[in-house]
Design a protein around this ligand. Structure first.
Ligand SMILES: *Cc1c(COP(=O)(O)O)cnc(C)c1O
Length: 351
């Protein structure tokens, strides 16, 4: 029997490496929040589960309307997706012909090169600066007539660093009007510096800017898969055309709505994580580690050639971190107790 021929280029596709789950160990590897669903959200999921013999609302209209009113835009400027990863792929599919270029910083979110290649477009990676932040001038210089899409992950995963208003505005002013800039703000709710711009402001006022957010992180719904984008009407219309039918499921739609109802309570949890973030970073700095300033719910340790060794050491101490071979380790902020176990492991590593 001969094998079915599949796309030859799939062999060159980088694999998405999910954070490991190790039984009995503390998982600080996937930037999840430590708290489970609020009772009100769990209840909404239970209620919705009674009707899962029915297809979900295809357009997720209740959620789209709710988000539109949250952000003060028409519903024609809001799209939802099966996680914001799915929307990243939809952006490529909606904008790129084969061979078009998709630009992003590196290292950044590992889904970008994958969704780009799946969409038959060409990834162009622009190295971060030595201080682990986006090099927006270099990114601007890397734009060619083939560039259709630029991802700016703010704050950046995995380094936690954020670009500020002045530099981002200057960048957006200079990007050609036929290139879409997607501001991936998966960690927006953890941002505390008022000088880190709110991408929604740009998405509302500039036709070539989209803001991308998710319920997976601050809102604690990583397991349910729902994200959303705000952009100009033609962009949203195109995103909807490449949407996999019914992919935002009914439980996710209900849970997202209930989470927006419980926004204050969920954002209060984020404030606790932010407090822990400061404590963890200060402790690491005190031990002598290099830790870039972070605006997300994780810290980045650029350990370079010691990355794998550190990750193994952490695992010996029952902590699962996310190593990026040869570059560094990303550690999610957990509960105070979990963070203490991690800090103890980090201290022991130096001993
Ligand atoms: C976690 C993350 C996402 C969220 O993905 P979902 O598919 O919504 O779970 C998107 N972008 C970045 C940069 C992330 O780190």
């Amino acid at each position: 029997m001969s094998a079915i021929p599949t796309r030859a280029d799939l062999a060159a596709l980088p694999a998405y490496v999910p954070g490991r789950t190790v039984p009995g160990a503390i998982k600080l590897a996937s930037n999840e929040v430590p708290g489970g669903p609020l009772p009100s959200v769990a209840e909404a999921i239970t209620r919705a589960s009674r009707e899962i013999n029915r297809y979900p609302d295809m357009g997720a209209w209740a959620l789209v309307e709710r988000l539109a009113s949250e952000f003060d835009v028409p519903t024609s400027q809001v799209a939802v997706g099966c996680g914001s990863v799915s929307l990243c792929q939809q952006f490529v599919q909606a904008l790129c012909a084969p061979g078009d270029e998709v630009l992003f910083a590196w290292r950044s979110f590992e889904a970008y090169p994958i969704v780009t290649q799946v969409g038959n477009a060409t990834p162009v990676r622009v190295p971060l600066t030595p201080s682990h932040t986006h090099d927006l001038d270099a990114m601007l210089a890397a734009i060619t007539p083939k560039t259709r899409l630029v991802f700016v992950c703010n704050p950046n995963n995995p380094t936690g660093t954020a670009v500020r208003t002045e530099e981002l505005t200057r960048f957006l002013d200079a990007v050609p009007s036929d290139v879409l800039v997607v501001l991936d703000e998966a960690y927006r709710e953890f941002v505390t510096d008022p000088d880190v711009p709110d991408g929604m402001e740009f998405a509302r006022t500039r036709p070539n800017v989209a803001a991308l957010r998710t319920f997976s992180k601050a809102y604690g719904l990583a397991g349910l898969r729902v994200g959303y984008a705000v952009a100009s009407e033609p962009v949203i219309e195109a995103l909807r055309k490449v949407y996999v039918a019914f992919s935002v499921n009914a439980l996710a739609q209900s849970a997202a709505l209930a989470s927006l109802d419980a926004k204050d309570e969920l954002l209060a949890r984020c404030a606790e994580i932010v407090g822990e973030r400061t404590r963890v970073r200060d402790a690491l700095l005190g031990m002598g580690y290099e830790v870039p300033e972070t605006m997300a719910n994780f810290v980045w340790l650029p350990l370079r050639e010691r990355t794998a060794e550190f990750a193994e050491h952490a695992l010996d101490h029952k902590i699962v971190v996310r190593p990026f071979a040869g570059e560094g380790v990303r550690v999610t902020i957990g509960t105070a107790e979990e963070n203490d176990v991690f800090l103890e492991a980090a201290r022991a590593y130096l001993a």
